[in-house]
Write a protein that binds this ligand. Sequence first.
Ligand code: ZN
Length: 470
Amino acid sequence: MAYLIRNARLITAADDATGDLLIEGEQIAAVGRNLPERIGPQLRPEILDADGLWAMPGGIDVHTHLELYSWDTVSADDFYTGQVAALFGGTTAHIDFANQARGQTLREALDAWHARAEGKAIIDYGFHVSITDPTDAVLHEMGQLPAWGVSSVKLFLAYKGVYQLSDGDFFRVCRRAAELGLLPIVHAETGDVIDILVREAIAAGHTEPIWHARTRPPECEAEATHRAIRLAEMAGAPIYIVHLTQREALQAVAHAQQRGTRAFAETCIQYLYWTIDDLARPDFEGAKFVCSPPFRTRDDSAALWRGLADGTLAVVATDHCPFNFATQKTLGRERFDKIPNGVPAIEDRLLLLFSDGVMQERLTPSQFVALTATNPAKLFGLYPRKGALAPGSDADVVLWDPTVRHVRSARTHHMNVDYNLWEGVEVQGKPVKVFSRGRLLVDGDDFRGEPGTGRYLYRGRSAAFAASSR
Ligand SMILES: [Zn+2]
Protein backbone atom coordinates (compact mmCIF):
# COMPACT_ATOMS: atom_id res chain seq x y z
CA MET A 1 0.00 0.00 0.00
CA ALA A 2 0.95 3.61 -0.46
CA TYR A 3 -0.45 6.67 1.24
CA LEU A 4 0.09 10.34 0.51
CA ILE A 5 -0.69 12.42 3.57
CA ARG A 6 -1.42 15.97 2.41
CA ASN A 7 -1.05 19.20 4.38
CA ALA A 8 -0.31 17.79 7.79
CA ARG A 9 1.53 19.71 10.45
CA LEU A 10 4.69 17.58 10.35
CA ILE A 11 6.29 17.48 13.76
CA THR A 12 9.65 15.96 14.56
CA ALA A 13 12.09 16.49 17.39
CA ALA A 14 13.77 19.16 15.23
CA ASP A 15 11.09 20.65 12.96
CA ASP A 16 7.50 21.81 12.93
CA ALA A 17 6.16 22.73 9.48
CA THR A 18 3.20 21.98 7.24
CA GLY A 19 3.81 19.54 4.41
CA ASP A 20 3.15 16.17 2.81
CA LEU A 21 4.35 12.72 3.72
CA LEU A 22 4.50 9.83 1.25
CA ILE A 23 4.40 6.27 2.56
CA GLU A 24 5.32 3.49 0.15
CA GLY A 25 5.30 -0.06 1.45
CA GLU A 26 6.82 -0.19 4.90
CA GLN A 27 8.84 3.01 4.70
CA ILE A 28 8.49 6.73 4.41
CA ALA A 29 9.37 7.53 0.79
CA ALA A 30 9.35 11.31 0.86
CA VAL A 31 8.61 14.34 3.02
CA GLY A 32 8.10 17.82 1.64
CA ARG A 33 5.72 20.39 0.25
CA ASN A 34 3.37 19.61 -2.65
CA LEU A 35 4.82 16.15 -3.20
CA PRO A 36 3.99 14.54 -6.55
CA GLU A 37 1.83 11.44 -6.24
CA ARG A 38 4.57 9.26 -7.60
CA ILE A 39 8.22 9.35 -6.72
CA GLY A 40 9.15 6.08 -8.37
CA PRO A 41 7.30 3.39 -10.33
CA GLN A 42 5.07 2.71 -7.36
CA LEU A 43 1.40 2.18 -6.73
CA ARG A 44 -0.86 5.19 -6.89
CA PRO A 45 -1.13 6.21 -3.26
CA GLU A 46 -4.34 6.66 -1.35
CA ILE A 47 -4.56 10.38 -0.65
CA LEU A 48 -5.33 11.42 2.91
CA ASP A 49 -6.24 15.03 3.51
CA ALA A 50 -4.66 15.88 6.84
CA ASP A 51 -5.63 19.52 7.02
CA GLY A 52 -5.79 20.40 10.73
CA LEU A 53 -4.05 17.19 11.77
CA TRP A 54 -0.55 16.67 13.10
CA ALA A 55 1.71 13.92 11.74
CA MET A 56 4.32 12.64 14.18
CA PRO A 57 6.62 9.64 14.53
CA GLY A 58 4.79 6.84 16.36
CA GLY A 59 5.44 6.69 20.07
CA ILE A 60 8.11 4.34 21.40
CA ASP A 61 7.57 3.03 24.92
CA VAL A 62 10.92 1.76 26.17
CA HIS A 63 9.58 0.42 29.47
CA THR A 64 6.81 -2.19 29.41
CA HIS A 65 6.06 -5.51 31.11
CA LEU A 66 3.64 -7.53 29.00
CA GLU A 67 2.79 -11.03 30.25
CA LEU A 68 5.13 -10.68 33.21
CA TYR A 69 4.82 -13.53 35.71
CA SER A 70 5.41 -12.04 39.11
CA TRP A 71 3.74 -11.52 42.48
CA ASP A 72 2.16 -15.01 42.11
CA THR A 73 0.20 -13.82 39.12
CA VAL A 74 0.74 -12.45 35.61
CA SER A 75 0.43 -8.91 34.25
CA ALA A 76 -2.97 -8.57 32.59
CA ASP A 77 -1.88 -7.51 29.11
CA ASP A 78 -0.10 -9.95 26.84
CA PHE A 79 1.76 -9.02 23.65
CA TYR A 80 -1.52 -8.87 21.75
CA THR A 81 -3.80 -6.91 24.07
CA GLY A 82 -1.01 -4.63 25.26
CA GLN A 83 0.00 -3.77 21.72
CA VAL A 84 -3.60 -3.10 20.64
CA ALA A 85 -3.85 -0.65 23.52
CA ALA A 86 -0.47 0.86 22.64
CA LEU A 87 -1.65 1.50 19.08
CA PHE A 88 -4.87 3.22 20.17
CA GLY A 89 -2.68 5.50 22.26
CA GLY A 90 -0.37 6.31 19.34
CA THR A 91 2.51 4.03 20.35
CA THR A 92 3.93 1.93 17.52
CA ALA A 93 6.94 0.21 19.11
CA HIS A 94 8.03 -0.82 22.59
CA ILE A 95 10.86 -2.43 24.48
CA ASP A 96 10.03 -5.05 27.10
CA PHE A 97 12.29 -6.78 29.60
CA ALA A 98 13.63 -10.33 29.40
CA ASN A 99 14.48 -11.07 33.02
CA GLN A 100 17.21 -13.56 33.82
CA ALA A 101 16.22 -15.91 36.63
CA ARG A 102 19.02 -17.08 38.92
CA GLY A 103 20.99 -19.86 37.31
CA GLN A 104 19.63 -19.07 33.87
CA THR A 105 21.67 -18.01 30.86
CA LEU A 106 20.78 -14.71 29.16
CA ARG A 107 19.89 -16.67 26.03
CA GLU A 108 17.34 -18.71 28.00
CA ALA A 109 15.78 -15.54 29.35
CA LEU A 110 15.59 -14.00 25.90
CA ASP A 111 14.09 -17.17 24.40
CA ALA A 112 11.38 -17.22 27.06
CA TRP A 113 10.34 -13.67 26.16
CA HIS A 114 10.53 -14.28 22.42
CA ALA A 115 8.07 -17.14 22.95
CA ARG A 116 5.60 -14.76 24.63
CA ALA A 117 5.65 -12.32 21.72
CA GLU A 118 5.58 -14.94 18.98
CA GLY A 119 2.26 -15.23 17.17
CA LYS A 120 0.80 -12.33 19.17
CA ALA A 121 2.79 -9.22 18.34
CA ILE A 122 1.29 -6.65 15.97
CA ILE A 123 3.82 -3.85 16.28
CA ASP A 124 7.59 -3.99 16.49
CA TYR A 125 9.22 -4.74 19.82
CA GLY A 126 12.61 -5.20 21.37
CA PHE A 127 13.98 -6.54 24.65
CA HIS A 128 16.26 -5.23 27.32
CA VAL A 129 17.90 -8.11 29.20
CA SER A 130 17.78 -7.92 33.01
CA ILE A 131 20.93 -9.34 34.54
CA THR A 132 20.24 -10.68 38.03
CA ASP A 133 22.91 -13.37 38.38
CA PRO A 134 26.17 -11.99 36.94
CA THR A 135 28.44 -15.00 37.17
CA ASP A 136 31.67 -15.03 35.17
CA ALA A 137 29.89 -17.14 32.54
CA VAL A 138 27.10 -14.57 32.29
CA LEU A 139 29.58 -11.69 31.97
CA HIS A 140 31.17 -13.64 29.14
CA GLU A 141 27.78 -14.32 27.55
CA MET A 142 27.03 -10.59 27.54
CA GLY A 143 29.35 -10.46 24.54
CA GLN A 144 26.61 -12.15 22.49
CA LEU A 145 23.93 -9.55 23.26
CA PRO A 146 24.73 -7.12 20.41
CA ALA A 147 24.38 -9.96 17.88
CA TRP A 148 21.04 -10.86 19.46
CA GLY A 149 19.77 -7.32 18.91
CA VAL A 150 20.04 -6.29 22.55
CA SER A 151 21.85 -3.01 23.26
CA SER A 152 20.79 -2.34 26.86
CA VAL A 153 20.95 -4.30 30.10
CA LYS A 154 18.72 -3.73 33.11
CA LEU A 155 20.23 -3.80 36.59
CA PHE A 156 18.45 -3.59 39.93
CA LEU A 157 19.55 -1.92 43.13
CA ALA A 158 16.18 -2.88 44.68
CA TYR A 159 14.19 -6.12 45.28
CA LYS A 160 16.61 -7.64 47.74
CA GLY A 161 16.94 -11.40 47.41
CA VAL A 162 15.29 -11.43 44.00
CA TYR A 163 16.79 -9.07 41.44
CA GLN A 164 19.07 -6.85 43.50
CA LEU A 165 22.78 -6.69 42.67
CA SER A 166 25.53 -5.84 45.15
CA ASP A 167 27.51 -2.69 44.40
CA GLY A 168 30.40 -4.89 43.32
CA ASP A 169 28.31 -6.86 40.87
CA PHE A 170 26.69 -3.66 39.59
CA PHE A 171 30.15 -2.24 38.95
CA ARG A 172 31.39 -5.41 37.21
CA VAL A 173 28.37 -5.55 34.89
CA CYS A 174 28.66 -1.83 34.05
CA ARG A 175 32.36 -2.22 33.24
CA ARG A 176 31.61 -5.15 30.93
CA ALA A 177 28.71 -3.23 29.38
CA ALA A 178 31.00 -0.27 28.66
CA GLU A 179 33.44 -2.61 26.95
CA LEU A 180 30.67 -4.02 24.73
CA GLY A 181 28.80 -0.79 24.01
CA LEU A 182 25.72 -1.87 25.99
CA LEU A 183 23.76 0.78 27.88
CA PRO A 184 23.21 -0.11 31.56
CA ILE A 185 19.75 0.93 32.72
CA VAL A 186 18.94 0.86 36.40
CA HIS A 187 16.09 0.59 38.89
CA ALA A 188 17.52 2.86 41.58
CA GLU A 189 16.16 2.36 45.10
CA THR A 190 18.08 1.22 48.19
CA GLY A 191 16.86 -2.37 48.41
CA ASP A 192 18.53 -3.19 51.74
CA VAL A 193 16.78 -0.36 53.57
CA ILE A 194 13.41 -1.02 51.94
CA ASP A 195 13.66 -4.67 52.95
CA ILE A 196 14.09 -3.68 56.62
CA LEU A 197 11.34 -1.05 56.56
CA VAL A 198 8.85 -3.47 54.97
CA ARG A 199 9.52 -6.18 57.54
CA GLU A 200 9.20 -3.72 60.41
CA ALA A 201 5.94 -2.29 59.06
CA ILE A 202 4.40 -5.74 58.69
CA ALA A 203 5.57 -6.73 62.18
CA ALA A 204 3.94 -3.58 63.57
CA GLY A 205 0.64 -4.52 61.93
CA HIS A 206 0.71 -1.88 59.20
CA THR A 207 -0.89 -3.64 56.27
CA GLU A 208 -2.68 -0.94 54.21
CA PRO A 209 -1.55 0.11 50.70
CA ILE A 210 -0.20 3.46 51.95
CA TRP A 211 2.60 1.54 53.69
CA HIS A 212 3.93 0.56 50.30
CA ALA A 213 4.96 4.19 49.84
CA ARG A 214 5.97 4.73 53.46
CA THR A 215 8.43 1.83 53.30
CA ARG A 216 10.02 3.07 50.08
CA PRO A 217 10.94 6.63 51.08
CA PRO A 218 12.27 9.16 48.56
CA GLU A 219 15.70 9.11 50.23
CA CYS A 220 16.12 5.54 48.96
CA GLU A 221 15.66 6.66 45.39
CA ALA A 222 17.90 9.70 45.82
CA GLU A 223 20.65 7.62 47.39
CA ALA A 224 20.52 4.79 44.87
CA THR A 225 20.33 7.14 41.88
CA HIS A 226 23.44 8.96 43.05
CA ARG A 227 25.20 5.66 43.78
CA ALA A 228 24.27 4.13 40.40
CA ILE A 229 25.61 7.17 38.57
CA ARG A 230 28.88 7.14 40.54
CA LEU A 231 29.36 3.38 40.08
CA ALA A 232 28.76 3.73 36.34
CA GLU A 233 31.24 6.61 36.19
CA MET A 234 33.88 4.46 37.87
CA ALA A 235 33.11 1.68 35.38
CA GLY A 236 33.42 4.07 32.42
CA ALA A 237 29.84 3.41 31.34
CA PRO A 238 26.98 5.72 30.48
CA ILE A 239 23.89 5.17 32.61
CA TYR A 240 20.13 5.44 32.14
CA ILE A 241 17.86 5.72 35.17
CA VAL A 242 14.42 4.18 34.68
CA HIS A 243 11.22 5.56 36.26
CA LEU A 244 12.73 8.52 38.08
CA THR A 245 10.11 10.01 40.42
CA GLN A 246 11.45 12.72 42.66
CA ARG A 247 13.44 15.92 43.11
CA GLU A 248 16.70 14.76 44.69
CA ALA A 249 17.11 11.93 42.18
CA LEU A 250 16.50 14.45 39.42
CA GLN A 251 19.17 16.72 40.93
CA ALA A 252 21.61 13.81 41.00
CA VAL A 253 21.07 13.35 37.26
CA ALA A 254 21.39 17.09 36.59
CA HIS A 255 24.62 17.29 38.58
CA ALA A 256 26.03 14.31 36.71
CA GLN A 257 25.17 15.92 33.39
CA GLN A 258 26.81 19.16 34.50
CA ARG A 259 30.08 17.43 35.28
CA GLY A 260 30.01 15.71 31.89
CA THR A 261 28.78 12.26 32.81
CA ARG A 262 26.67 10.48 30.22
CA ALA A 263 23.68 10.16 32.55
CA PHE A 264 20.16 9.91 31.15
CA ALA A 265 16.83 9.47 32.83
CA GLU A 266 13.23 8.61 32.10
CA THR A 267 10.15 9.32 34.09
CA CYS A 268 6.83 7.62 33.53
CA ILE A 269 3.61 9.41 32.70
CA GLN A 270 1.91 8.43 35.96
CA TYR A 271 4.55 10.15 38.12
CA LEU A 272 3.47 13.48 36.67
CA TYR A 273 0.00 13.02 38.18
CA TRP A 274 -0.40 10.91 41.29
CA THR A 275 0.90 11.33 44.82
CA ILE A 276 1.34 9.32 47.99
CA ASP A 277 -2.14 10.52 49.01
CA ASP A 278 -3.67 8.38 46.27
CA LEU A 279 -2.36 5.28 48.03
CA ALA A 280 -4.51 6.25 51.01
CA ARG A 281 -7.77 6.11 49.04
CA PRO A 282 -10.41 4.19 51.00
CA ASP A 283 -11.78 0.68 50.37
CA PHE A 284 -8.40 -0.63 49.26
CA GLU A 285 -8.58 1.65 46.17
CA GLY A 286 -5.06 2.77 47.05
CA ALA A 287 -3.86 -0.59 45.70
CA LYS A 288 -4.60 0.66 42.19
CA PHE A 289 -1.76 3.14 42.72
CA VAL A 290 0.84 0.69 44.02
CA CYS A 291 3.95 0.66 41.85
CA SER A 292 7.68 1.00 42.47
CA PRO A 293 9.07 3.50 43.06
CA PRO A 294 5.88 4.82 44.69
CA PHE A 295 4.08 8.06 43.97
CA ARG A 296 5.53 11.07 45.78
CA THR A 297 4.27 14.64 46.20
CA ARG A 298 2.89 17.50 44.11
CA ASP A 299 6.29 19.23 44.39
CA ASP A 300 8.00 16.19 42.95
CA SER A 301 5.59 16.04 40.00
CA ALA A 302 6.20 19.73 39.35
CA ALA A 303 9.95 19.11 39.41
CA LEU A 304 9.52 16.30 36.88
CA TRP A 305 7.57 18.58 34.53
CA ARG A 306 10.44 21.09 34.77
CA GLY A 307 12.95 18.30 34.13
CA LEU A 308 11.10 17.38 30.95
CA ALA A 309 11.03 20.98 29.76
CA ASP A 310 14.69 21.73 30.53
CA GLY A 311 16.02 18.47 29.07
CA THR A 312 17.32 16.85 32.26
CA LEU A 313 14.84 14.04 31.62
CA ALA A 314 15.21 12.46 28.18
CA VAL A 315 12.26 10.07 28.01
CA VAL A 316 8.67 9.59 29.12
CA ALA A 317 7.84 5.88 29.31
CA THR A 318 5.18 3.92 31.24
CA ASP A 319 6.52 0.88 33.13
CA HIS A 320 3.16 -0.53 31.94
CA CYS A 321 2.50 -3.55 34.18
CA PRO A 322 -1.26 -3.86 34.70
CA PHE A 323 -3.01 -5.98 37.31
CA ASN A 324 -6.78 -6.20 37.68
CA PHE A 325 -8.08 -4.49 40.77
CA ALA A 326 -10.86 -7.02 41.47
CA THR A 327 -8.83 -10.20 41.11
CA GLN A 328 -5.11 -9.41 41.30
CA LYS A 329 -4.44 -6.30 43.39
CA THR A 330 -6.54 -8.07 46.04
CA LEU A 331 -3.72 -10.57 46.58
CA GLY A 332 -2.42 -7.90 48.91
CA ARG A 333 -5.62 -7.15 50.77
CA GLU A 334 -4.18 -8.58 53.99
CA ARG A 335 -0.73 -7.01 53.60
CA PHE A 336 0.62 -4.31 51.30
CA ASP A 337 3.81 -6.15 50.35
CA LYS A 338 1.73 -8.78 48.53
CA ILE A 339 0.00 -6.23 46.28
CA PRO A 340 1.26 -6.78 42.74
CA ASN A 341 3.38 -3.73 41.87
CA GLY A 342 2.45 -2.01 38.65
CA VAL A 343 -0.04 0.21 36.87
CA PRO A 344 -1.60 0.35 33.40
CA ALA A 345 -0.46 3.27 31.21
CA ILE A 346 0.66 2.05 27.76
CA GLU A 347 -2.44 3.55 26.11
CA ASP A 348 -2.51 6.75 28.18
CA ARG A 349 1.06 7.99 27.85
CA LEU A 350 0.82 10.16 24.73
CA LEU A 351 -2.77 11.23 25.45
CA LEU A 352 -1.93 12.70 28.85
CA LEU A 353 1.44 14.13 27.91
CA PHE A 354 -0.04 15.82 24.86
CA SER A 355 -3.04 17.21 26.69
CA ASP A 356 -1.22 18.47 29.78
CA GLY A 357 2.20 18.99 28.22
CA VAL A 358 1.65 20.43 24.75
CA MET A 359 -1.85 21.90 25.10
CA GLN A 360 -0.93 23.50 28.45
CA GLU A 361 2.29 24.82 26.86
CA ARG A 362 4.64 23.11 29.26
CA LEU A 363 6.28 21.38 26.28
CA THR A 364 6.67 22.36 22.65
CA PRO A 365 5.33 19.92 20.05
CA SER A 366 8.93 19.04 19.15
CA GLN A 367 9.78 18.34 22.79
CA PHE A 368 6.76 16.05 22.94
CA VAL A 369 8.07 14.05 19.98
CA ALA A 370 11.60 14.01 21.39
CA LEU A 371 10.44 12.67 24.76
CA THR A 372 8.05 10.04 23.42
CA ALA A 373 9.75 8.82 20.23
CA THR A 374 13.04 10.33 19.08
CA ASN A 375 15.09 10.21 22.28
CA PRO A 376 13.88 6.67 23.04
CA ALA A 377 14.89 5.64 19.50
CA LYS A 378 18.33 7.25 19.85
CA LEU A 379 19.10 5.95 23.33
CA PHE A 380 18.00 2.41 22.51
CA GLY A 381 19.59 1.96 19.11
CA LEU A 382 16.56 2.37 16.85
CA TYR A 383 17.28 5.73 15.22
CA PRO A 384 16.66 6.75 12.45
CA ARG A 385 14.76 3.58 11.57
CA LYS A 386 12.22 4.61 14.22
CA GLY A 387 11.51 7.95 15.87
CA ALA A 388 11.87 10.02 12.69
CA LEU A 389 9.79 11.29 9.77
CA ALA A 390 12.44 10.92 7.11
CA PRO A 391 12.83 9.10 3.80
CA GLY A 392 13.92 5.54 4.52
CA SER A 393 12.57 5.48 8.08
CA ASP A 394 9.93 2.91 8.97
CA ALA A 395 6.49 4.38 8.31
CA ASP A 396 5.49 4.36 11.97
CA VAL A 397 3.34 7.47 11.79
CA VAL A 398 0.57 8.91 13.91
CA LEU A 399 -2.00 11.30 12.49
CA TRP A 400 -3.21 13.24 15.49
CA ASP A 401 -6.26 15.45 15.92
CA PRO A 402 -5.23 18.10 18.47
CA THR A 403 -8.75 19.44 18.98
CA VAL A 404 -10.90 16.45 19.93
CA ARG A 405 -11.79 16.12 23.61
CA HIS A 406 -12.49 12.75 25.20
CA VAL A 407 -12.65 11.12 28.60
CA ARG A 408 -10.34 8.34 29.78
CA SER A 409 -12.17 5.34 31.22
CA ALA A 410 -11.77 1.61 31.80
CA ARG A 411 -15.09 1.20 29.97
CA THR A 412 -13.60 2.44 26.71
CA HIS A 413 -9.85 1.87 26.95
CA HIS A 414 -8.23 -1.07 25.16
CA MET A 415 -5.97 -2.28 27.95
CA ASN A 416 -7.02 -5.67 29.35
CA VAL A 417 -7.46 -4.38 32.88
CA ASP A 418 -10.47 -3.35 34.96
CA TYR A 419 -9.44 0.15 35.94
CA ASN A 420 -7.86 3.26 34.46
CA LEU A 421 -5.70 5.52 36.61
CA TRP A 422 -7.20 8.55 34.83
CA GLU A 423 -10.82 7.38 35.12
CA GLY A 424 -13.11 10.31 34.26
CA VAL A 425 -10.27 12.65 33.28
CA GLU A 426 -10.93 14.66 30.12
CA VAL A 427 -8.04 15.06 27.70
CA GLN A 428 -7.57 16.98 24.48
CA GLY A 429 -6.09 15.37 21.38
CA LYS A 430 -5.98 11.78 20.12
CA PRO A 431 -4.68 9.70 17.24
CA VAL A 432 -7.08 9.33 14.33
CA LYS A 433 -4.88 7.14 12.15
CA VAL A 434 -1.93 5.06 13.26
CA PHE A 435 0.50 3.44 10.82
CA SER A 436 3.00 0.77 11.76
CA ARG A 437 5.55 0.02 9.02
CA GLY A 438 3.15 1.49 6.47
CA ARG A 439 0.16 -0.56 7.63
CA LEU A 440 -2.85 1.49 8.68
CA LEU A 441 -3.67 -0.39 11.90
CA VAL A 442 -5.87 2.11 13.71
CA ASP A 443 -8.39 4.08 11.67
CA GLY A 444 -10.66 6.05 13.97
CA ASP A 445 -12.23 3.42 16.24
CA ASP A 446 -11.43 0.56 13.86
CA PHE A 447 -8.60 -1.82 14.51
CA ARG A 448 -7.03 -3.66 11.58
CA GLY A 449 -4.00 -5.38 13.08
CA GLU A 450 -3.21 -9.07 12.74
CA PRO A 451 -1.52 -10.97 15.55
CA GLY A 452 1.86 -12.34 14.56
CA THR A 453 2.77 -9.47 12.22
CA GLY A 454 4.91 -7.47 14.66
CA ARG A 455 8.64 -7.94 14.28
CA TYR A 456 11.47 -8.25 16.74
CA LEU A 457 13.73 -5.21 16.61
CA TYR A 458 17.43 -5.91 16.33
CA ARG A 459 18.69 -2.79 18.02
CA GLY A 460 22.01 -1.08 17.39
CA ARG A 461 24.32 0.75 19.76
CA SER A 462 22.85 3.42 22.02
CA ALA A 463 23.53 7.04 21.18
CA ALA A 464 24.52 7.37 24.83
CA PHE A 465 27.96 6.17 23.75
CA ALA A 466 28.26 8.93 21.17
CA ALA A 467 27.11 11.65 23.53
CA SER A 468 29.97 13.95 24.36
CA SER A 469 30.43 15.45 27.77
CA ARG A 470 28.99 18.90 28.06
ZN1 ZN B 1 9.66 -1.83 35.12
